[in-house]
Design a protein around this ligand. Structure first.
Ligand code: HEM
Length: 447
C-alpha cells in the first residue's frame, strides 16, 4: 500500500489536561467550529492522535457512505460505546456482529408501522396531559423531557412511571455526564476504582437496576404478559431459551431503549418548541396546516397531510442534532482516496458541522423548514443529513421519535401561541449526546 496518512494537527496530551482544567476542549465547547476549523485547514479527511489515540475526522460524504452504509461490517462501533457499556450493558446500541443482529431482530417488530399506529393514541394523551395547564412562562426543556420519558416508559412497560420519574431522570443525567467525561479523559481510572465519582455512578446504576429488575421479575411471573415492549421481549426470550429468560439481557435492552430514546427526543422537542416561538410566521403556517386535520383521530396516516410539521422536526434535527458526533472503529488497514486508514483507529463524523455545511445547505444557519419540501428539497446528497445515523445500525426508534415529536408539537401549537421569553441562544452541553444546560423558558398564551 502506497497510501499516506491524511494531514492533521499535532496535539500534546498535556494540552488536553489544560483544556479539561479550563473551560473544556473546543470539541465540546463549540463542536461546530472545531470541526469546521479542522476541515478548513486539513481537508475532508483529517488524522491525528489528538493526545488520546488514533483518530480520523471526516466530512467526506463518500467515506461516510462507505463506512455507515456500504461496508458496515468492516467497521465496529467506536470505542466510546465501550464506556457507555458500563451503564447500558450489552444492549443493541453497544453490541456487535451476530449477537447484535439477533437482538435487533428481536426488538424490531415493536417498531413496525402497525404497532406504532396503536401507540399514537397514547402519544396524544401524554402530550395533552402535559400541555393541559401550561403557565404563561414554562420551561420547555423540562416539559419535553417529561413527555419523552412518559412516552418511552409507556411504550416499554405500559406504565406512566410518575413515581420513578425523578430517579430515572437523575440517573440518566448523571450517566450521560459520567460516560462523556470518561470518553474525553486522556487518562482514566478503572471504573471499579472506588473514587467518589465512580461510587456515585454505581449508586445511580443500582437505583435504576432495582426499578428495572422489579418490573422485569413481576412481569415474568405473570401468565398474561401484555402488549408492550417488555412483554414482547420476555415472550421472545422464552421462545429462544426453552422457557427461560436471560434476565440481565432483558434489563440491558430495556435500559438501552430508555436511555437512547429519552434525552435525545426531549432535547429535540424542546429546541423545536423554542424555534417555533422565535419564528412566528412558521408557527402560523403550521397552525393553518394543523387545522386541516383537526378533530380527526390521529394515526400514522394523519402525518401524510402535515408535511410542514415533519419539516419543522427535520429542520430542528438539522440545526440541533442530539447525536452531534458519531463514529466507528476501523477493523483492517485500507486505502481511501490515496489515504491510509489504519486498523484500530477511530473514525468520527461531526454531524453538527455536516448539517450546517454551506456546500449542501442554503443559508445553513437559518431555520427554514421548507428546505425539506418540494421538488428541489435539500440536501441533494443523502448523507449530508443523518440525525438518526445511517445504514443497518440506523436508529431503531427514529419513526417512534418522529411520531412523538410531531404529536407533541401539533397538540401544543394547536392550543397555544408560543413566544420567546428570553433572547439569545440557549447553552448546550455536548456530552455523549447533546442536552440543554439550563431551563429554556417560552411564553404560552392559550388560543
Ligand atoms: C430525536 C431522537 C433521537 C435521535 C436524534 C437518535 C439518534 C440516533 C443515532 C444517530 C443512532 C445511531 C448511532 C450510531 O450509528 O452509532 C441511534 C441508534 C439507536 N437509537 Fe436513536 N435516536 C433518537 C431516538 C430514539 C428513540 C425514541 C429510541 C427508542 C425508542 C432510540 C433507540 C435507539 C437504539 C436502540 C439505537 C441503536 C440501534 C442499533 O445499533 O442497532 N432512539 N439513535
Amino acid at each position: 500500500m502506497n497510501a499516506t496518512l491524511p494531514p492533521g494537527p499535532k496535539v500534546h496530551p498535556l494540552s488536553l489536561i489544560a483544556d479539561l482544567a479550563g473551560r473544556g476542549p473546543l470539541i465540546v465547547t463549540n463542536p461546530r467550529k472545531y470541526f469546521e476549523d479542522l476541515h478548513n485547514e486539513y481537508g475532508s479527511i483529517v488524522y491525528s492522535d489528538f493526545g488520546i489515540g488514533r483518530f480520523y475526522i471526516t466530512n467526506n460524504l463518500a467515506l461516510i457512505r462507505k463506512v455507515f452504509v456500504g461496508e458496515p461490517r468492516s467497521y465496529a462501533k467506536a470505542d466510546a460505546y465501550k464506556e457507555a457499556a458500563h451503564f447500558l450493558g450489552n444492549g443493541i446500541l453497544n453490541s456487535e456482529g451476530d449477537f447484535w443482529q439477533a437482538q435487533r431482530q428481536m426488538v424490531q417488530p415493536a417498531f413496525t408501522k402497525s404497532r406504532l399506529n396503536m401507540f399514537v393514541d397514547t402519544m396524544v394523551e401524554v402530550s395533552d396531559k402535559a400541555a393541559k395547564n401550561l403557565s404563561a412562562e414554562a420551561d420547555v426543556s423540562s416539559l419535553s423531557m417529561h413527555i419523552a420519558l412518559e412516552n418511552i416508559c409507556r411504550f416499554l412497560f405500559g406504565e406512566d412511571f410518575a413515581a420513578n420519574e425523578k430517579t430515572i431522570r437523575e440517573a440518566v443525567h448523571f450517566g450521560n455526564n459520567f460516560i462523556s467525561r470518561r470518553i474525553q479523559a486522556p487518562f482514566k481510572l478503572p471504573v471499579y476504582f472506588p473514587s467518589f465519582n465512580n461510587l456515585r455512578f454505581f449508586f445511580h446504576r443500582f437505583e435504576l437496576d432495582t426499578i428495572l429488575y422489579r418490573i422485569i421479575d413481576e412481569r415474568a411471573r405473570q401468565n398474561e404478559l401484555g402488549k408492550d415492549l417488555l412483554a414482547m421481549l420476555i415472550a421472545a426470550e422464552r421462545e429462544r431459551n426453552s422457557g427461560q429468560i436471560r434476565r440481565q439481557q432483558v434489563r440491558d435492552e430495556i435500559l438501552t431503549l430508555l436511555i437512547a430514546g429519552h434525552e435525545t427526543t426531549g432535547y429535540t422537542l424542546a429546541m423545536a418548541l423554542w424555534l417555533l416561538a422565535r419564528n412566528n410566521d412558521i408557527q402560523q403556517r403550521l397552525r393553518a396546516e394543523l387545522r386541516s386535520v383537526a378533530g380527526g383521530k390521529w394515526t400514522v396516516e394523519t402525518f401524510d397531510s402535515t408535511p410542514l410539521l415533519e419539516a419543522v422536526v427535520n429542520e430542528t434535527l438539522r440545526l440541533y442534532p442530539a447525536a452531534w458526533i458519531i463514529g466507528r472503529k476501523i477493523l483492517a488497514d485500507e486505502e481511501f482516496e490515496g489515504f491510509l486508514l489504519k486498523k484500530d483507529s477511530q473514525l468520527q463524523t461531526g454531524i453538527i458541522a455536516l448539517h450546517r455545511n454551506k456546500d449542501w445547505w442554503s443559508e445553513p444557519d437559518r431555520f427554514k423548514p421548507e428546505r425539506f419540501l418540494g421538488e428541489n428539497s435539500e440536501p441533494a446528497q443523502k448523507q449530508a443529513f443523518m440525525p438518526f445515523g445511517a445504514g443497518p445500525r440506523r436508529c431503531i426508534g427514529s419513526v417512534f421519535a418522529m411520531l412523538e415529536m410531531q404529536v407533541a408539537i401539533a397538540r401544543i401549537v394547536s392550543q397555544y401561541q408560543l413566544t420567546p421569553a428570553q433572547d439569545g441562544e440557549p447553552e448546550i452541553e455536548y456530552l455523549f449526546t447533546a442536552r440543554l444546560k439550563n431551563a429554556l423558558p417560552v411564553r404560552f398564551t392559550r388560543l
